[in-house]
Structures are given as structure tokens and as C-alpha cells.
Design a protein around this ligand. Structure first.
Ligand code: AMP
Length: 215
């Protein structure tokens, strides 16, 4: 099952992707996570991406495509993947199809997690992320059991540098400029299903599982 999660920042793509990866025993591939790992490790890619990410803008298509192509060489994607954060533009959607078709693979299902701006801003500005396993928490909606500590792996939690209100609004604007053409592209290929991601993440998860069982 080659599943793509689309949706604005804060729609819950990361949270859903992690849970889906566990339930469906598939790797979770997040372009944002790979970029952040590169920033942390101080690689050339990370150095090029850091300033762009902090402004809420998109890292160059070529850089991200190369990074993804390399990730897809890993044999763990043999049975599928949960892709989160890619594609973000029509051009990336076409690139994804090309990269996969070169490997004799194709996207099976695209789930669009649709969330309202008010919910997104609240979720992201209160989001806490585990520095080790990447699990997400929220200061009020989903607080960790111990302040600042991950429930699953006990590592420290941090706030992403792009999760402040100004950058969140910029990320939303960038997203809205691109999403219509992406939706049109996947609607034409009859792979797109839209869900209300303002709902409780547990409900949304079951809806995605249901959809994936039909493919
Ligand atoms: P995310 O973790 O998906 O919210 O991504 C965080 C940031 O990483 C984005 O705001 C972009 O700067 C960058 N990024 C992640 N995925 C992509 C992508 N597919 N294309 C370009 N930039 C990306």
C-alpha cells in the first residue's frame, strides 16, 4: 500500500502517519523529518534547508526529490509506505509518480486531511515534539504525562522553530497556493479521498484504515 497523506501543516499528517505505520506495518516517510535530521546533523542539505524552513517556505524541488529518491532505495518500502509532507506542489506530484514508476511502483491511495485554520494554528503553536522518536504532544490537547518528557521514550520534548504563529501562517499561505492543483491532479487519477481532520485523531485514524482496506 503506497499511501500519501495530503493536508495543511497541522492537519495531523505526522500523527496519523506514525499510527498508520504501526497499524499497517509500513515505513513512515516524512520529508520534513528527513530535512530536520539533516539540519541537526549539519549536512550540506541541512545547511541549505534550515533558513528556508525557518521562514515557512518550501525547500527546492530538486533537493527534496533527490533526498526522496535516495530514501526509496531502502528496501523497507517493498510493501509500501506512508508518505507525509510530499508532494506539496503539482510538480512534486508528477516527480513522485516518475520516481515510483522508475521503480515499477505507483501511489495507491491519497488521503486529504482537511482542517480549519483556527484548529491548525492552535494545534501547531502548542505542539511539542520528542527529540528522539518524533512523537507529537500538545501543551493542552495532549500533554505528556511528565512535563517536557516523552511518554514513550523519555527523551526531552521541544517546540519546532517553525511552530510560531507568524511562520505557521506563512506555511498555511504557501500550502493554500499549491493545494488546488494537487487536489485536481489526484481527483483526476481517482485516488483521492477527503476527510475532516478537525475531528478527534482516533476517529480520523479509523477512517483512513477503512479506506486503505478498500484499496
Ligand atoms: P513538515 O514537517 O512537513 O511541516 O515540513 C517542515 C518544513 O520542511 C516545510 O515548511 C518546508 O520548509 C520543508 N519541507 C518539507 N517537505 C517539503 C517538500 N515536500 N517540499 C519542500 N519543502 C519541504
Amino acid at each position: 500500500m503506497y499511501l500519501v497523506l495530503l493536508g495543511p501543516p497541522g492537519a495531523g499528517k505526522g500523527t496519523q502517519a506514525k499510527r498508520l505505520a504501526e497499524r499497517l506495518a509500513l515505513p513512515h516517510i516524512s520529508t520534513g523529518d528527513i530535512l530536520r535530521q539533516n539540519v541537526k546533523a549539519g549536512t550540506d542539505l541541512g545547511k541549505q534547508a534550515k533558513g528556508i524552513m525557518d521562514q515557512g517556505l518550501l525547500v527546492g524541488d530538486d533537493l527534496v526529490a533527490k533526498m526522496l529518491d535516495e530514501r526509496f532505495n531502502n528496501l523497507d518500502i517493498k510493501k509500501g509506505f506512508i508518505l507525509d509532507g510530499y508532494p506539496r506542489t503539482l510538480s512534486q506530484a508528477k516527480t513522485l509518480d516518475e520516481i515510483l514508476s522508475n521503480k515499477k511502483l505507483a501511489v495507491d491511495l491519497v488521503v486529504y486531511l482537511n482542517a480549519s485554520d483556527a484548529v491548525i494554528v492552535k494545534r501547531l503553536t502548542g505542539r511539542l515534539v520528542c527529540s528522539k522518536c518524533g512523537a507529537n504532544f500538545h501543551v493542552t490537547n495532549m500533554p505528556p504525562k511528565a512535563k517536557g518528557i516523552c511518554d514513550s521514550c523519555q527523551a526531552s520534548l521541544y517546540q519546532r522553530s517553525d511552530d510560531n504563529e507568524v511562520t505557521v501562517r506563512k506555511r498555511l499561505e504557501v500550502y493554500k497556493n499549491e493545494v488546488a492543483s494537487l487536489i485536481e491532479y489526484y481527483t483526476k487519477s481517482k485516488k483521492l479521498y477527503s476527510l475532516n481532520a478537525d475531528l478527534d485523531p482516533g476517529i480520523v485514524l479509523e477512517q483512513v484504515i477503512e479506506l486503505s482496506a478498500k484499496v
